[in-house]
Design a protein around this ligand. Structure first.
Ligand code: FNR
Length: 338
């Protein structure tokens, strides 16, 4: 039995295998309304037909001002729920579990008149200077995450992932590079963690199911969060009942990143073993053999696949063939599967 094709359970969600479609913005909404288009449905459902265990929808904005671009998907309004719910039903129909990544871009919002951040520091000269959030603004966004989680539950999602990576708003609070506040949301790591902590609390209250958190576990900057800081955050997330930490990296400040196959797995493994919490590995994992090595050596619990699934919705079939595993075919495709 391969581990990649073995089931795993998080709270009330059992995945048929360990393959997760990594959240990927498709920038395909029309009219700035944040609603699903036929493209999104084709895109996500074809990965469910391709036997991905957990199909995770892209970074989805919890408030309009939290979009990276005007073409981002949204969950800031009750109007978004019905069509998201229809998509969830289709993903279930083809045997996948359905997840959604809840996000706020903060200072990396590109198309807004005003964007928000813990401190008025821009990412680089291409971005405008963000407006420093006051306490009422912070509370507004925490509540927006809670409302979004409730909508995700209403739409029938099996899990939600809080996007605390890649230099977006939550990451901006976590990092000493971008958080220069002197109130209870800035300063030491306990204070920098407070925004994420309050978001986790409200999301867990509104969403009765598995909750993952994606972090950037390396900031590639000597003045940024250290591995010790990330281990502290991971311990806190475990104590808050988070089911899995999805370990990505980078994006908080401009940096040169040396990428190679599995380049983010080391920190994922360190967090898993030091803290004792399930983790997801992501980043240049492209083959079944590579994924199986990570799982067999207990370096992660789930494998998130990004660009390889853009190239091939049937990546799971190729991975299964490599591992000599007989992957069940969608019944329409049996004649082409062997
Ligand atoms: C991404 N990525 C990403 N990450 C995230 O947390 N939320 C998102 O919405 C997006 N959007 C996105 C769009 C596109 C087109 C790409 C290629 C990537 C990052 C993605 O989830 C993944 O972490 C990386 O692509 C690394 O994994 P792969 O592609 O090497 O398997």
């Amino acid at each position: 039995m391969t581990k990649l094709f073995s089931p795993i359970t998080f709270k009330n969600m059992t995945l048929k295998n360990r393959i997760v479609m990594s959240p990927m913005c498709m920038y395909s909404c029309e009219n700035g309304d944040g609603k699903l288009t036929p493209f999104h449905r084709t895109h996500y459902v074809s990965r469910a037909v391709g036997q991905v265990g957990l199909v995770m929808l892209e970074a989805t904005a919890v408030e309009k001002a939290g979009r990276i671009t005007a073409k981002d998907l949204g969950i800031w309004d009750d109007e978004h729920v019905a069509s998201l719910g229809d998509l969830v039903k289709e993903l279930h129909h083809y045997g996948s579990k359905a997840g959604i990544q809840l996000a706020h871009a903060g200072r990396k919002a590109e198309d807004e008149d005003v964007n928000y951040a813990p401190s008025p520091l821009r990412f680089n000269e291409k971005y405008q200077e963000p407006s420093e959030l006051d306490i009422s603004g912070i509370k507004r966004i925490i509540h927006a995450f809670g409302d979004a989680a409730k909508r995700a539950a209403d739409a029938g999602f099996d899990m939600v992932e809080i996007h605390a990576a890649h230099g977006y708003l939550i990451n901006q609070f976590l990092s000493p590079l971008t958080n220069k506040r002197t109130d209870e949301y800035g300063g030491g790591k306990e204070n920098r963690f407070r925004f994420l902590k309050e978001i986790v609390e409200i999301v867990s209250k509104e969403f009765n199911g598995a909750v993952f958190v994606r972090i950037s576990s390396d900031e590639y900057n000597d003045a940024g969060n250290t591995l010790e800081d990330f281990l502290f955050y991971a311990r806190q997330l475990k104590a808050l009942g988070i089911d899995l930490i999805d370990c990505s990296s980078g994006g908080i400040v401009p940096a040169k990143i040396n990428t190679y196959p599995g380049y983010q797995v080391k920190r994922c493994e360190a967090i898993k073993h030091t803290v004792g919490i399930p983790t997801g590995a992501v980043g240049l994992i492209t083959t079944g053999i590579q994924a199986e090595e990570i799982l067999q050596n207990d370096r992660a619990d789930l494998i998130f696949i990004g660009r390889s699934l853009l190239r091939n919705p049937y990546w799971a079939k190729i991975a299964a063939d490599e591992l000599g595993y007989e992957l069940e075919a969608p019944k329409q495709y049996v004649r082409g599967w062997r």
